[in-house]
Design a protein around this ligand. Structure first.
Ligand code: B12
Ligand code: SF4
Length: 461
């Protein structure tokens, strides 16, 4: 008989010991969405959030893992399982609820986690037995115990006194759950990794500050390095490619400096979300390059100072954009730049200004999205009377949500399409990528060329 003991034992609570024969079984599901976005088709990123959940849960439960995005089939019959648990963002919430209803009809306990159930507890509760608010790590022991005691509560959320657990208690995530799938070839070669959690910058359109508040936690850099070495060992080579899933890896610059220093010489390539203000120091991009950085994901959001003010993005100073781009490009690091359209401060001229900025500054991988008030944010409450889109499937930042003050729907969509086609036209790809050797960033541009050619106003409705 195997017995498993929770690794961090508190002085007062006895460890949860589950005899092998009594172990219950979970089915963990990453449901698909219907978004036309490229991130959700072709090669997709391994779902780190659900893998972290699986890694924890396996201490006390048997776990099966299904990722619908890579065409793993969700079973019709859930009789093998005691618990059906799913992760949800807004864009797949409807699919999540449909599976949840089926599982509950078969008498299974349904547990939901992820951004959407966290932001929409009341709505999600109608479809499940328990919602996990924020991250599982901070409430896991209580949840596991309650399942075995037959006393599942509707909501698991750390108390204000307990707060979020330090990230140092988070162990190494096991990828074997995902790799077991016969469809695992559909996963991107980039392996997900997490070094920090949270971002207190407080942009009004973002869910992160609504979940984690002002908290910003980091893992010890040697734990991150240990995990990287483990991945290198698993893959059997040093030259692996990583994608940090952090909201903003640089919020504590001293930590980012320490981590990047520790990564120098490891032979890995990586990308990460990073704050613009951190990149004002040229030494940051220089160090990131030495540490193997291939691309930085930067939320420019807008080239208009009024819009930056409107979205409360205190970390961006438009007057510094060009300098920052130069600092990054000087090191040969590519930029994935996020640009959002549709705020009330936007006008038809905003599209031209953004086009000029992108082409002149040769942003390699611009991503264009539509301002989307996500349910649960105060901005959603503010915009609710104007929102015309009520289908959660369409909350993928690529659907028309409300009429911006500065232009009507048709003009907005016409300009939005025109900008994307122009930026990804062959001559402009050539201009933006000149001097860059053939690599995956070129391939992304070619794919984006074809993607943008297919766009019509109906794509966004
Ligand atoms: C990295 C990231 C991405 C990566 C995702 C890679 C991947 N395989 O997941 C990429 C770049 C591909 C991406 C794409 C998009 N993203 Co994104 N992304 C993030 C980001 C910054 C971090 C997510 C993450 O992996 N964090 C690390 C993991 C470990 O933490 P976690 O997700 O919170 O998971 C924990 C808990 O949620 C909980 N949990 C999660 N699931 C479950 C399930 C159960 C059963 C339980 C018990 C617990 C549990 O426990 C987990 C472990 O601690 C978040 C912001 C955020 N903090 O959520 C935005 C975020 C999720 N993205 C967002 C958006 C809008 C998008 C895009 C639409 C953007 C676009 N136009 O491209 C697409 C949609 C893609 C898709 N199909 O979902 C929004 C979603 C808003 C919403 N309400 O749905 C967020 C919240 C950012 C924001 N604007 O507020 N994203
Ligand atoms: S800087 Fe990025 S992660 Fe931080 S609040 Fe703003 S959008 Fe969210």
């Amino acid at each position: 008989m195997t017995e498993l003991i929770t690794p961090e034992l508190s002085e007062t609570t006895p460890p949860l010991l589950i005899p092998q024969a009594q172990r219950k079984r979970w089915l963990l599901i990453q449901p698909k969405s219907s978004t036309p976005l490229m991130v959700d088709s072709g090669k997709v990123s391994m779902p780190l959030n659900l893998l972290m959940v699986a890694t924890l849960v396996q201490q006390h439960f048997d776990v099966d893992f299904v990722d619908e995005r890579i065409d793993d089939a969700v079973p019709e019959d859930f009789s093998r399982y005691d618990v059906v648990a799913m992760t949800s963002r807004t864009l797949n919430a409807r699919r999540v609820y449909a599976i949840a209803a089926r599982a509950r009809a078969q008498g299974k306990q349904v547990i939901l986690g992820g951004v959407h159930p966290t932001m929409m507890i009341e709505e999600a509760s109608q479809y499940c037995d328990a919602v996990v608010f924020g991250e599982l790590e901070s409430v896991y022991e209580e949840l596991a115990r309650d399942i075995y005691d037959g006393d599942l509560k509707p909501l698991y959320r750390p108390s204000a006194e307990a707060g979020w657990k330090p990230m140092s208690t988070m162990g190494r995530t096991e990828f074997s759950f995902a790799r077991r799938s016969p469809n695992s070839k559909r996963y991107s070669f980039r392996l997900p990794l997490l070094a920090t959690k949270g971002c207190p910058v407080g942009c009004n359109f973002c869910c992160t500050p609504r979940i984690y508040g002002k908290s910003f936690r980091v893992r010890e850099s040697d734990r991150v390095i240990d995990e990287i070495k483990h991945r290198q060992h698993e893959v059997g080579k040093a030259n692996i490619h990583l994608s940090f899933m952090d909201d903003n890896i640089s919020f504590k610059p001293a930590f980012a400096d320490e981590l990047f220093h520790a990564m120098v010489g490891m032979g890995v390539g990586w990308n990460a979300n990073i704050s613009m203000n951190f990149l004002e120091r040229p030494a940051v991009a220089e160090l990131a390059k030495k540490a193997g950085c291939e691309m930085l994901n930067v939320g420019f959001e807008s080239v208009s100072p009024e819009t930056i003010k409107y979205v409360h993005k205190g970390s961006n100073r438009v007057s510094n954009y060009e300098e920052i781009v130069k600092n990054v490009h000087k090191q040969g690091i590519a930029l994935q730049g996020y640009f959002i359209f549709g705020f009330d401060t936007d006008t038809a001229a905003s599209f031209q200004h953004t086009y000029d900025f992108i082409v002149q500054n040769r942003i390699e991988f611009p991503v264009f999205t539509i301002a989307t008030p996500f349910p649960g944010t105060p901005w959603y409450e503010e915009m609710r009377p104007r929102v015309v889109q009520h289908d959660w499937d369409k909350y993928d930042t690529f659907h028309y949500m409300y009429e911006p003050a500065g232009m009507g729907r048709d003009e907005f969509l016409r300009n939005f399409i025109k900008l994307q086609r122009a930026v990804y036209s062959w001559p402009n790809i050539w201009k933006r990528m000149a001097g860059r050797r053939p690599d995956w960033v070129w391939l992304v541009n070619i794919a984006m060329h074809h993607f943008t050619q297919r766009l019509t106003p109906e794509t966004f409705l």
